[in-house]
Design a binder for this molecule. Sequence first.
Ligand code: URA
Length: 424
Amino acid sequence: MNIVEIINKKKNNEVLSNEEINYVINGFMNGEIKDYQMSSLLMTICFNGMNMEEIYFLVDAMVKSGNVINLSSINGIKVDKHSTGGIGDKTTLIVGPLVASCGVPFVKMSGRGLGYTGGTIDKLEAISGFRTNLSEEEFVRQINEINLSIISQTENIAPADKKIYALRDVTGTTNSIPLIASSIMSKKIASGADKIVLDVKYGIGALVKDKEAAIELAKIMVKIGNRYNKKTIAILSNMDNPLGNMIGNGLEVKEAIDILSYRGNKELKELCLVLAAYMVSLSKNIDYKEARDMVVNNLINGKALNKFKDMILKQGGNIDNIKISNNIIEVKSNKNGYINGINALSIGKLVMNLGAGRLSKEQGINHGVGIELVKNVGDNVKVGDVIARVYYENKTIDLNDVIESFKIEDNLVNKEYIVLGVIQ
Ligand code: URA
């Protein structure tokens, strides 16, 4: 077998065999296949796609490039979640405690963010002292004790994906549905949970902008999970506007606590309830309605908030010390009218410019900065009303750019509901 023949085959839109895909992944990992050859193959995949068989082979090869975490010593049906990401997405911090409070083991390895805002691990590290690097043994022990732990993904989970992703990032080959699906699912499969709930986002602030493409991505990922006998459900949700009112690491932890205290942004709360209810329903094998009642009860009675506090304490964090900057500037509306949208992408870029995100792995992150949306989509505002607050430290942004992110119009336009559908 040789890599040039394989590249030519894909270039001619032919189907690759299991042997060829394994040859590519193994060769790339051991250095026989060079970055420029892999880049070329990735680009042909961007143009010509892959069929389901090829995607299965690719996932398999990437899973086998590392370890599969053995969670068999955890009692119960273990569930995991993944979001394709977006601006202000702090759902893991809320969904984990909700699910765990219903007696369901929530096993989640998360990443640091690359892009406009931090990832779940960056958010948790805004809590002073919080340890995200527990050993596998500590992780398992904590889940057996309180059903909840969130840690950073260990090095040996699908290392082929890590190496390929780094190359995709710098070769314009990130936005291919088969490559995204196999990248996400190889890590989910290797992380060892029994069932998986995915939050697939589409819209201006999402990885996939187009709704049809997001549906295709969701369907492919559901098929991959089910093929591994890990029942998988995908929720389709909107990411045109930031999720919730807070964007920035420490601010998002604060908002998660607000939601767990049964306050805060309705849309964020609803999305978290839907995700948590599907996870509980999968684990306990009960219907969605029954699972949702359980989750809602534990949100109202404070059990979910207590779970969150337990997790923070066990992982060494101090919930009373969350990094949030004290330097705050208010942003006021220059128009009368209704907010018909808040551009998630431009808010993401502004938050990144404040220092809350990173573009390369080596870059540091500022946990205390971000933007609070004081007014949100659907609200009526008058000239001079405070619509946002900017939390800054050593970098500033142009406040006009914040104002421009708000689409304020004379009439209220009905917007699409946040949870659009379920694919299973
Ligand atoms: N997240 C991943 O893990 N992989 C992708 O390809 C895109 C988003």
